[in-house]
Design a protein. Structure first.
Length: 366
């Protein structure tokens, strides 16, 4: 049987060991005789699953004690407006950095249910055609803004801040969408007001969205918004305001345990750097047959966008690669081309197999 490597941008590859455990526990979780999927979210067993998932996340990211952790629903897309609904009330302005597809959507959605002006702090499209990232020092951010929103890794455009942006004291809190890079490298949580991430890339199946919130910001949550959108309501009910995405949280918990066993985020960071270096070297070493137009300093280590510059040839590449076991390499619907997402659960061997296939495809078509 061909070994299959899954390069999907999300929902994405999960560690095989996690899937095997889930398979074993599918019908009877830990001797309870009940599947996790069919278990009350208020049972001691599920509460324990949630507790351990949170503790493992806290330990992997070294989350300080003054941060709350929530597993919400609605995906990262819900967070685009939820952060503004909760944290911009009473403020005249929110600063928003646009660096690609997802921050562009966030920018447009953020203003829907808030009176605050969503101020464009920087636009990587106008500046660099989304081929490079505006440095944090160039962002037009003001001390009176409610917060500054940005996306650390642009999943579609394949851009990533190499050094994680940090604002100096006196400037507003940073709110960061880390959906497609959370747990892929070390971060200093204390540099952020809020971090959020959909689970379906580096963490588990779709359904759960992790939101890490600095405690003092909860005082801003206004009472007039529906409780289901109110972070404070979720925190007060220990993440049980309503039914959480139980199965997704359970799998995320297994992924977090797997990450611990792999040696944690530091180990992942090293491995991810090797994987990305290998793939970009294959692109750069192809004499122009494959191209990635992103500025070297802004190249994503998670989502590598590339192509031959010819749509037919890209389509053939994706089809033939799929037959060779290298799956889901088609680029984003609006950008075309090819994209290899190489999240934590993608082994080095998968990237090596892709680079071998790239060389072979070039020999046949170059
Ligand atoms: N932000 C980023 C960086 C993403 O990659 C995605 C999904 N690909 C989203 C937000 C939207 O996530 P969801 O579909 O879970 O709402």
């Amino acid at each position: 049987m061909t070994t299959v490597y899954n390069f999907s941008a999300g929902p994405a590859v999960l560690p095989e060991a996690v899937l095997r455990t889930a398979q074993q526990e599918m019908l009877d979780y830990n001797g309870t005789g009940i599947p996790v999927m069919a278990m009350s979210h208020r049972s001691d067993t599920f509460r324990s699953i949630l507790y351990h998932a949170e503790q493992d996340l806290r330990s992997l990211l070294a989350i300080p004690g003054n941060y709350k952790v929530l597993f919400l629903q609605g995906g990262a897309s819900a967070q685009f407006s939820q952060v503004a609904m909760n944290f911009a009330h009473g403020f005249a302005r929110v600063d928003s950095v646009v660096t690609g597809n997802w921050s562009q959507i966030a920018h447009r959605q953020m203003g829907r249910l808030t009176a605050a002006e969503i101020h464009l702090a920087a636009h990587g499209g106008n500046l660099y055609g989304f081929k490079n990232l505006p440095p944090v020092g160039s962002w037009d951010v003001g001390p009176g803004s409610a917060f500054v929103h940005f996306v650390a890794n642009e999943t579609v455009h394949g851009l990533q801040y190499k050094d994680m942006p940090k604002l100096s004291d006196g400037l507003p809190p940073l709110v960061c969408d880390m959906s497609s890079e959370i747990l892929s490298r070390r971060i200093n949580v204390a540099d952020f007001g809020v971090i959020y991430a959909g689970a379906q890339k580096n963490l588990g199946p779709a359904g759960a969205t992790i939101v890490i919130i600095r405690e003092d910001l909860l005082e801003r949550c206004p009472d007039h918004i529906p409780s289901v959108w109110n972070y404070k309501a979720h925190v007060e009910k220990q993440g049980m305001y309503n039914t959480p995405a139980t199965y997704s949280i359970y799998i995320a918990g297994l992924v977090l345990r797997w990450l611990q066993a792999q040696g944690g985020v530091e180990k992942m960071e090293k491995l991810n750097a090797r994987k990305a270096a290998m793939l970009y070297a294959a692109i750069d070493g192809s004499g122009g047959f494959y191209q990635n137009g992103i500025h070297p300093d802004a190249r994503s280590k998670m989502n590598v966008v590339f192509g031959t510059g010819n749509a037919d040839s890209d389509a053939r590449f994706a089809e033939e690669a799929a037959l060779a076991g290298l799956r889901q390499l088609v680029g984003y619907k609006t950008l075309g081309g090819l994209r290899a997402s190489i999240y934590n659960a993608m082994p080095l061997e998968g990237v090596a197999a892709l680079t071998e296939f790239m060389a072979e495809f070039q020999r046949r078509n170059g």
